[in-house]
Structures are given as C-alpha cells and as structure tokens.
Design a protein around this ligand. Structure first.
Ligand code: GCW
Length: 730
C-alpha cells in the first residue's frame, strides 16, 4: 500500500512538473524520501536480472548466536533483503546450498570448519572476512569475524555490495580497520544547543533520558556501525562539568547501553576544573593527591555504571578553558593525572593540542607544535594527543599540522571537522573526501619519503600501540540529520576513511551516491563529479591561494576580511591576510615568522620559496606583491580575482547540472538540494563581491578584463549583521 502511494505520488508529481516551475510545489509531496534513512535505504533493485542473480546466490540465512548484536544483524538483514529483493529470506540452522552464513569461530561450528583459522587469527576484534566457499559440498557465502561486532561490520559490507550493485558470487574480502579509535566528537551542550551545529538541536534529549530512548539513538548507532565508527564523545569540548554528576552519568549510561551492541563506546568531554566546580574542592591541581583521588573515584563511579566506558576528551588551557597551566603544570602532567585514573579500567585520554595563547608572543600557527613537541615521551601509554588537521583551525584549506611526524613517542589522533563551520554551514554543497585525503596523503618526511600523515595517525610510522581519528559531527535533529542531504556524505566519508584511509575520495563518493540517491548511471556520474569538484570550488570563492581565517567574526557566517580590532590580533582577519597597498599574504618563511621551520625537509624547503610552495598555499606562507607573477602567467591580483569569479561561476554550473537530474531523483531530496544550491549561489557571489571589493581597496587595480564588475558597495557588505546566525559558541 505504502509503495503504491509512493509511486502514485511520484507520477502526480511528474505530471505537475510539466506545468510548474521548480521548488514551488515541493512541500505538497511526501514520498518518504526525507533523508532520514541516510545511506541505509535498501530500495528495491529494479534491475530484475541483477535482483534474480542475488536471489539465486543467497537463498537462506544462517546467523549464529543470540547476543544483542546477533539480533541486530538478523533484523538488519531481514529488513535490507526484503527491501532490496522484495522477499525476506528464511533462516535455517541446517547447512544449505546458497546459504549466507554469519558467525564467529566460537558460535558457529561451520566457521570453524571453513579452514579460515589462520586468517581469523590476524583479524583482531573488528576485522572480518567475506568468502564465497564450498563447505561440505555446498556453495555458500560466509561472513566471519572473531567477535559479533566484527560480523556486524561484515554484514554491512555485504549489504553495501548489494546496495551498490556489485557482484557477490566470488567474494574474497578481508578487511581490518587501520585505526583503533574511530570516533565522532559531538560539540553538543547539555541544553541541546550544538556549538557549530547547523542541523537543528542536539540529538541527545538529556531531559528525557535515561527512560525515554528515542528511535533516533538506535538509528544513529546503526548508521555509525555501518561505516565502522566505534566511539562517540557525547558532549562539547567546551564542557559543562555537570556531565560528571550522578544525575547525568545515569543518562550517559543509558546511551552507552543502547550503543554497546553496535560496537560503539561512549566517551565524555570533561572540564579540567571539575574537582572545584562539582567536587567542592579548592583546587584542581593535577599534582595534588586529593585531586588525583577525586579523579580516581570519579573514574570508578563511571565504570561501575559503564563497564566499557571509553575515556575522556579534554580541551585544556585553550580559548578560556581551564587546564593544568592554571596551576603551573604542563599538558603532560594534566593528561597523565587523568590517564592514571582511567588506566586500571582500560580507559584512554584524548588530549587536544588546539592551544594558542595571546601571552605567548608566538604566531598562532606555530604554538601547538611549540607546546607539544617538547612533551614528546612524557605522556602515559593511554594518552593520545588529538591534533586538528591544520595548524590553525579547520579552514577550507590548510597545510597539514607540522605536529604530524614530530612526536615519535606520542600517538597523535587526527581531528577533522565534519560540521561546516568554515565551509558554508549546512547550505553549501562541499564534499570533504578530497580534503581529508589531501591531509592524510600528505608526506611529512618525518622518516624520509613516504611518511604520510596517515601513517603517523594509524600508528604504523612509529609503531604506536594505539591509534585514532576523530570527526566533529555534523549531526542534529533535522529530519535528514545533517541539514543538507549531500552533507550526509561527509559523515559517511569520515567513517569509511577512518576504517581504511587508502580508499579514494571518489570511490567513497560513488558508493554513497549509489546508496543514497540511486544507482542510475547518469546520477552516479554527475553527482560524483559534482562532489569531487565541490571542495575546490568553495575554496575558490572563499579563500583561494592559501588565504585563511577571513570569515565574519564570531559566528563565521559569510565573508569578513575586514574584521580587525578584536580582543586579540590572532582572532582578526587582517592579521591573517595582511593585505596592504604592496601586496597580500602571511610571510611564514624564514624572512617572516618562520613557521616553515616546523616542517621536515624537503617540505620545509618547498614551502620556503614562493616559487616552489604548492600554489594552493601561496599566501599561507608568503606575502607577495600584487604584481607577483603566478603560475598561470597572471599577476597575483588578477589570479586572485579570477579564482573568486571561477568559484562563484562554478556554483551556477553545479546548479544547472543538478537541475538536469530532476527526473531521476526523488522529489524531496531533489528540491531540498536545489533550494540549498540557490542559497549557495547567492552566497558564493556575496563572498566573491565582498572579498574582491575589499582587496581592491588595497590593490588599487582594475578588475581583469572580461570579468563583470563586482556588485554592491563594500561598505554595505561590511555593515551586514547576522546576530542570530546558528551554531555560535555560548
Ligand atoms: O573552530 C573553533 C570553534 C570553536 C571551537 C574551537 C575548538 C568548541 O570556533 O567553537 O570550540 O574551535 O576546536 O575548541
């Protein structure tokens, strides 16, 4: 019945489209495609030949075990196969031809018999095998791992093959995660405001927990498990100390109970001064024995409620947060105190390196390195230092942080931002796969060529005993989770790369498109192409050629290259672009603040000269005259203007390409994305006009020939105010 309604709605919609212009009727249609199902839609496979092949290859199921995780696997498979193939499959504990068998050597004797012992021995707790194999004369497909959660991961892999229409007749997959900790960081406050969140409120309804368990919590866990995410930090790094009170721990425990069977551990951000704020103590000095005891007791209390609690994430002595520095202690001393409290229970500390202080009198991009490199070797074994991908702050493009590779004895966790604080909030179509890959694939040269950031982070370069990667979530209560359906792909690509950073951004994009928008070849090619181009387009209309930190102040919505005179220089835009009548850019070469010295040669040498630095970082490392000749042969001024214009124009092209897919995309996602592209087009022009007019006031040079004049008056752009822009820090 539902399906009939769905299709007739589509037909009516199609007819109406013949007579109406875009967007106007979108709100009258409900086709179920509201984005809630993410990439786990399991729509019927309409290619009947393919569906038939799958049906022939998988004729019954044998799922071993009856743990909660096994039940989840069972439900997911029935739900998925009946969606994809139209039939739910019978389960049978008897070996049958063409059976899909799922289990571990412990719960399934068949897995034990399959001759996989050696391979299973190297899989760890999360890796899995997918095998087409003959067993006791029967042709079967196996999903095998050492734990139930591993087989859940294998199940999702198998379903992904079906969803993306891949062959399943001769499977020989072996997959293990490259990083141990694959964690989302929610910057969610306890009042449900999400710092830098653009998709509604926090999905954690603290007020109704622990009793009221939203369906969304389970769907969140499913989605994460489907891409291998195995941890979640529930609350903002600008932490509310109340999270550690019994009242909240009870709520945290109820979420941990929901997530456990999906292989997801819960972590908490803590406020370093909690002993004073909620413990009634007069100090939080990490070397004070009473403070140490307070944390030990707190850890014990947490583990009593949550035996597999993951650990703490800490933002300390950064942007006004308290930390060990308040007591004259180092970051290592602060982290180690917490590490000691968690260690007996198997917990870990993720200590953030995002620190910069006005008093330091050192250029901001250099401070994290200066602070943490000398501490290498001083951290306890269960501490990871969590480093943002670039040395400043999640800009549309930054060079990799020089800390990667600089601390052989300290495992560094990568921190990526999935939410779009500096990339257009939730209306700009920016697929972050290429950005994540650019950073992960960058070569630090820490131990000679091939010492990529990915190898630092996955622990292989320095043989670290623990490794991890974190992504600041873009999830909220919006029906489609991320505010913009395309931006679901950033959650997706984060998880997929956390599992295997060797995958390419394109193959992940394509996978996501097939699962989320459909397998039609035109849709797949066009949307994947748009995704792959989208990040560079945005860099061009926001911060081309290595410009950075020129967003409006506070909320970071829109351009603000004119921002100056704030409490601190390194919060202003003029500090970063340094435009004057002679030129533009930040001299971080040895003639300037010498940030290049923090990189290993030959990266250091490449970055030192404007002739050899990759052009995308030109103005990050160099202050150059407006007439400097860039690689295109244009002057710097002309090149800069061209980039702004190219970027803005490309959004118009994106919108056109999108429009051409109208017949092939369900109405709701089609219209939502179309409307978002309208906003993006408008805002890309806003960025272009405002920045070009502003920089022109220094360059005093004409708009290059062939380009229209920027619209509007600079002063009007400067005066624009958005007091209620979403996501602001509180
Ligand atoms: O990017 C900046 C944000 C802050 C954030 C901070 C951080 C949570 O503007 O909102 O605070 O980084 O990473 O700690």
């Amino acid at each position: 019945m539902l399906t009939i309604q769905k299709y007739s709605a589509r037909i009516i919609f199609g007819l109406l489209l013949c007579f109406t212009a875009h967007a106007s009727f979108a709100q009258f249609f409900f086709d179920g495609e509201d984005g809630y199902r993410l990439w786990l839609r399991y729509e019927p496979i309409t290619d009947r030949k393919l569906a038939k092949q799958y049906q022939q290859q998988i004729q019954s199921l044998q799922i071993a075990g009856d743990s909660q995780t096994n039940t989840i696997i069972r439900k997911e498979l029935h739900h998925a196969l009946s969606g994809l193939l139209g039939d739910s499959l019978a389960e049978s504990q008897q070996l049958k031809n063409r059976q899909l068998i799922i289990g571990t050597p412990l719960n399934s004797s068949l897995i034990g018999e399959a001759g996989l012992a050696e391979e299973l021995a190297n899989l760890g707790n999360e890796g899995y095998l997918l095998r087409s194999i003959k067993l006791r004369g029967k042709q079967v497909t196996l999903i095998a791992g050492n734990t139930d959660v591993a087989t859940l991961y294998g199940t999702f892999h198998f379903l992904r093959l079906l969803q993306t229409h891949q062959p399943i007749d001769s499977l020989a997959v072996k997959s293990t995660p490259k990083m141990d900790l694959r964690v989302l960081n929610h910057w969610d406050n306890l009042d449900r405001h999400v710092e830098r969140g653009y998709a509604g409120q926090s999905i954690w309804d603290w007020h109704k927990l622990p009793e009221y368990k939203e369906q969304r919590y389970y769907d969140y866990a499913r989605a994460n498990a489907s891409i291998g995410i195995n941890g979640t930090v529930l609350n903002n790094v600008n932490a509310d100390p109340l999270i550690l009170t019994p009242q909240y721990l009870e709520k945290v425990a109820s979420l941990a109970d929901i997530f456990r069977p999906y292989g997801i551990k819960v972590y908490l951000s803590i406020k370093f001064s909690s002993p004073q704020l909620i413990g009634g103590m007069s100090t939080s000095d990490p070397l004070n024995p009473a403070v140490q005891k307070w944390w030990r007791d707190k850890a014990q209390e947490i583990y009593k409620r949550i035996p597999d609690f993951g650990g703490f994430l800490v933002k300390a002595n950064s942007e006004g947060q308290p930390g060990p520095g308040d007591f004259g202690r180092s970051h290592a001393q602060g982290a180690n105190m917490l590490a000691e409290a968690l260690e007996p229970h198997g917990g870990i500390v993720m200590w953030r390196a995002f620190v910069y202080a006005a008093e330091k009198n050192e250029e901001r991009s250099k401070q994290a390195y200066s602070e943490f490199k000398p501490l290498d070797g001083q951290f306890h074994k269960n501490v990871l230092v969590q480093v943002k991908n670039g040395p400043i702050d999640f800009q549309p493009r930054e060079p990799f942080s020089p800390l990667f590779g600089a601390t052989p004895q300290t495992p560094l966790m990568m921190e990526f931002q999935i939410t779009m604080e500096y990339l257009g909030f939730s209306t700009h179509w920016v697929y972050l796969g290429p950005m994540y890959k650019e950073v992960l694939d960058a070569d630090t040269f820490a131990k000679g060529a091939g010492s990529t950031v990915a190898k630092v982070v996955d622990g292989s370069l320095f043989n670290n005993s623990i490794s991890g990667i974190a992504g600041v979530a873009n999830i909220g209560t919006d029906r489609n989770w991320t505010g913009h359906i395309i931006l679901q792909s950033n959650w997706y690509v984060f998880g997929r790369l956390a599992w295997d950073h060797q995958l390419s951004a394109r193959e992940i994009a394509e996978e996501w498109v097939r699962m989320t928008l459909g397998n039609d070849s035109e849709v797949v090619t066009k949307v994947t192409d748009l995704m792959m181009a989208s990040r560079e387009i945005t860099v061009n209309y926001m911060t081309p050629l290595g410009l950075h930190h020129i967003m409006a102040e506070g909320h970071h919505y829109g351009p603000g290259p004119w921002v100056k005179d704030l409490g601190r220089d390194d919060w202003t835009s003029v500090y970063y672009h340094r435009a004057d009548k002679n030129g533009i850019g930040f001299d971080r070469s040895p003639n300037g603040v010498n940030a290049v010295e923090q990189y290993f040669p030959p990266v250091r040498d490449l970055y030192t000269s404007p002739e050899t630095v990759p052009e995308e970082f030109l103005l990050w490392f160099h202050h150059l005259s407006w007439d400097y000749k860039t690689r295109s042969g244009r002057t710097l001024w002309n090149e800069l203007v061209h980039r702004y214009y190219d970027g803005a124009a490309a959004v118009g092209d994106m919108a056109q390409t999108w429009d051409s897919l109208q017949e092939k995309i369900a109405p709701q996602p089609f219209h939502q994305i179309q409307m978002a592209l309208d906003i993006q087009e408008k805002e890309a022009l806003w960025w272009r006009n405002a920045c070009v007019l502003y920089f022109q006031s220094f360059s005093d040079r004409p708009i290059p020939e062939g380009l229209e004049k920027p619209q509007g008056r600079l002063q009007d752009y400067i005066e624009m105010q958005f007091p209620h822009a979403p996501g602001q820090g509180k």
